[in-house]
Design a protein around this ligand. Structure first.
Ligand code: IMP
Length: 422
């Protein structure tokens, strides 16, 4: 495969950063195609720890071309802050068609969340939903409008005018000239990176470059196919790539689905296999399950293969990459959810009515665990028998081959079973 999408198969935080970093070592180009600074992963490079939210994962590798495509929402202030922290050389292009996240969007995000009471979604408060809302309402500032320095103040004034009734209802008020003053240095900075990335990407494809499309968030957070309304405002699945990068659908060769060996969720929303016993606390501490963007503790649950099969169906997944297998060492019994019961019926799908999803209870099979620490193993054959059984069961229940699994955060703690590039 030459052009591969990296898809989170659960509710985000599956370890996509680590796997993208691994795949990127064999690639020429890394493209982010949706979301914005709501994503987050930590990358350790030359002993320095970087928290990336907005930038593509290839940014720490000087040989990789990084692209932020048209489907993204870009906060120009965070953009500069993250790039200022990068010490190595990099190549980066930003789509002129991507959407700008303004300070207004963050204020609206907070206002709307606070107004929802117990109906909160638990957003990252980065202005993502409000920015996409403006895009769909056809009033957003695109990157091209933002870096048009001559017209920036006028563009901001037009935007505020179109937004006036909404802002008034929220009790928010802004001045175009003050916003212009605040944002102009960021527009000047961003301008040097801006191009039509669809043209660039199609040229790179013609040159037969190996390209990784890096999805942020997870498929169950997809605005179209996720657990609505507890979702983000974009589509992180494989079929989102052509639309959100400006390439033809048949130019995508396949997708690697990243899944944790168990399940986590941050923010609100139903979670059938959630664990409420002390085991959740143990897993959370061992795996440091806290959000990189918000620091919030993640909710922990058993592996749910109904979710994984849902993602396989809506996104298309060619291979699995399983992360955090080492975390399960020392647990006596490992439960895997194989179906739900809803109103006395056994079902094998994620109900679209959120009330039904809340009511659905998981049906489990139970596998024996293993006690050995597996974080230092270098090959599949070194795995304890029960860990091999666990992986085999995942393949059987998903009918997707495993290309690699990971037993720790370091690059070296990655056991590759199949070279998907050849
Ligand atoms: P938003 O994307 O900030 O609007 O948040 C919407 C929902 O998606 C919330 O439940 C967030 O916690 C969740 N979310 C957004 N980005 C991520 C991510 O990168 N990992 C996990 N959850 C996320």
């Amino acid at each position: 495969m030459k052009r591969i999408v990296v898809v989170g198969m659960q509710w985000g935080d599956e370890g996509k950063g680590k796997i993208t970093d691994y795949l990127a070592q064999k690639s020429d180009v890394v493209v982010r195609f949706q979301g914005g600074a709501n994503a987050g992963h930590t990358v350790v490079f030359s002993d320095t720890k970087y928290s990336l939210h907005l930038l593509p994962s290839g940014i720490l590798n000087p040989d990789i071309v990084n692209i932020m495509a048209n489907g993204m929402v870009i906060d120009p202030i965070i953009f500069k802050k993250e790039l200022d922290a990068i010490k190595n050389l990099y190549t980066l292009y930003v789509s002129s068609r991507a959407t700008i996240v303004l300070p207004i969007h963050k204020d609206i995000d907070l206002f709307l969340e606070n107004s929802k009471g117990d109906k909160k979604i638990g957003t990252t408060a980065k202005g993502i939903g409000p920015a996409y809302t403006d895009k769909v309402a056809r009033i957003a500032l695109k990157v091209a409008d933002f870096v048009d320095l001559e017209h920036l103040e006028e563009n901001l004034a037009n935007y505020l005018y179109l937004k006036r009734f909404e802002l008034k209802a929220y009790g928010l008020s802004y001045s175009a000239s003050k916003l212009y003053e605040e944002l102009l240095p960021y527009a000047v900075y961003l301008k040097r990176f801006v191009t039509d990335t669809s043209i660039l990407l199609n040229n790179l494809i013609t040159e037969n470059k190996t390209i990784i499309f890096e999805g942020a968030q997870g498929s169950l957070l997809c605005i179209e196919n996720g657990t609505y309304p507890f979702v983000t405002s974009s589509s992180p699945i494989a079929s989102s790539v052509p639309l959100n990068t400006g390439i033809a659908p048949w130019l995508v060769d396949g997708a690697v689905g990243i899944m944790k060996a168990y399940t986590t969720r941050v923010g609100e929303g139903p979670f059938p296999t959630e664990i409420f016993s002390n085991l959740a606390h143990e897993i959370r501490e061992k795996a440091r399950e806290y959000g990189v963007t918000t620091g919030r503790p993640r909710r922990i649950g058993y592996l749910d293969t109904v979710l994984i099969r849902h993602t396989k169906r809506v996104s298309g997944i060619s291979y699995l990459a399983i992360t955090l297998l080492d975390i399960l060492s020392g647990i006596d019994e490992l439960k895997i959810c194989v179906s739900y019961t809803l109103d006395d019926q056994i079902i094998d799908y994620v109900p679209s009515n959120i009330r039904d999803f809340e009511k659905a209870t998981p049906n489990y099979i139970v596998l024996e665990g293993w006690n050995e620490d597996i974080s230092n193993i270098k090959s599949y054959k070194e795995l304890p028998k029960n860990a091999k059984e666990y992986l085999k069961k995942i393949e059987e229940l998903t009918n997707i081959p495993i290309m690699l699994f990971s037993v720790g955060a370091d690059r070296t703690q990655t056991i590759v079973l199949k070279d998907i590039f050849n």
